[in-house]
Design a protein around this ligand. Structure first.
Ligand code: SAM
Length: 340
């Protein structure tokens, strides 16, 4: 990132942050709700006032802040990164639980880099994220793919949390990203076309509605099923045959007693092409460590790679080791995974 781009991101974050702080105080809400109010003001081009709140002094302060940004001049990465900074503050201030936290772009970039060579050169690429949250992961990858392949990239994002989806709406609107957002349980019936690629940072834990998932092969034999197992199965139903799914999953995915059902579904539906553990120093505890899982849906002319890519990323801070690991990954993709 250039110094100019860093300055622009910081300036945009300052506007988002100061306006959110003003609204948080004036409306007595959480930082996240104040951010959503502020983002809507910015998009609508006027300050929403209800029952005399915020008062005229605050309205004037907000107008001054909004007038200092030129949305047409800002590129999508500046917008995304400014919003990412505000969301990181919201996560801290409002103590938002892990399953609702955004996916930082350090991880998104790595996931994007893994798929760059795997999405076929075509005029249009469609992506699905069934747990889109704030759309930070989705738009990190979309922006990266647009830069690398110059393709037209569109996406569908689904989430059952309306606050996070409001943030996704603000972010994708300001980035002018072609994303259709759907507020629903991603494990319900989805009226969407099959995508070329699925990406997702899956929520982890139990899914409470047992009767709704009896037709899933990954459902538990008794009691609640793991939502991350069910979502893997669901997501791979909505990618085209031969298409890839790249997911952020618990590193312990295949070492729990519940993984039996997951493995038997996997054998029938998709090839496990890679499982790459993220650096340990990104996580506070071993149980919370995550990995990137690369699946490919069964289809014509696709096969299990001769060597499954299993490994562990070195620390992102160790640039030399990191570059070496990426070079090995690219070599594996070109000379094994993509070899016919
Ligand atoms: N990648 C996202 C981002 O960058 O903001 C963060 C994803 S977060 C780790 C997991 C998301 O899954 C949360 O936004 C949560 O609301 C959503 N979620 C949990 N259960 C869901 C379900 N049954 N259907 C759809 N979304 C769900």
């Amino acid at each position: 990132m250039t110094i100019l781009a860093i300055k622009e991101t910081e300036a945009f974050f300052k506007v988002l942050d100061e306006s959110s702080e003003l609204l948080k105080e004036a409306l007595a809400t959480s930082y996240l709700d104040a951010f959503i109010e502020s983002g809507d003001n910015l998009i609508d081009g006027h300050v929403q006032v209800e029952d005399g709140r915020p008062d005229e002094t605050v309205v004037q302060q907000l107008r001054g802040l909004y007038d200092s940004v030129d949305l047409n001049e800002m590129n999508s990465e500046t917008v995304r990164q400014g919003i990412q900074l505000a969301m990181l503050k919201a996560m801290r201030e409002d103590d938002i639980q892990g399953n609702h936290q955004l996916t930082p772009d350090s991880i998104g970039m790595v996931m994007g880099y893994i798929v760059i060579r795997l999405v076929e050169k075509q005029n249009h690429l469609s992506i699905l994220d069934p747990a889109v949250g704030t759309a930070n992961l989705l738009t990190t990858i979309m922006n990266q793919l647009k830069d690398a392949t110059h393709e037209q990239v569109t996406a569908i994002g689904i989430d059952n949390d309306d606050s996070l989806l409001s943030v996704a709406d603000i972010s994708t609107t300001l980035q002018k990203a072609a994303v259709t957002l759907m507020h629903q349980d991603a494990l319900g019936e989805l009226q969407i076309p099959e995508a070329d690629l699925v990406v997702s940072d899956l929520p982890i834990g139990y899914y409470p509605l047992d009767e709704k998932v009896t037709n899933f092969k990954t459902h538990a034999q008794s009691g609640h099923s793991f939502v991350h197992h069910l979502l893997l199965e669901q997501a791979m139903r909505y990618v085209k045959p031969g298409g890839y799914g790249v997911f952020l999953v618990p590193s312990q995915l295949f070492s729990t007693t519940e993984s039996k059902g997951l493995l038997s579904w996997l054998q029938e539906a998709a090839y496990l092409q890679g499982l790459l553990a993220l650096p340990k120093d990104l996580f506070t505890a071993e149980q919370s460590a995550k990995s990137i899982l690369l699946l490919q849906r069964h289809g014509k002319d696709v096969k299990q790679a001769d060597k499954v890519m299993i490994g562990e990323f070195p620390s992102f801070k160790d640039q030399a080791a990191f570059s070496k690991f990426i070079a090995e990954l690219v070599d594996w993709e070109l000379n094994d995974l993509l070899k016919r």
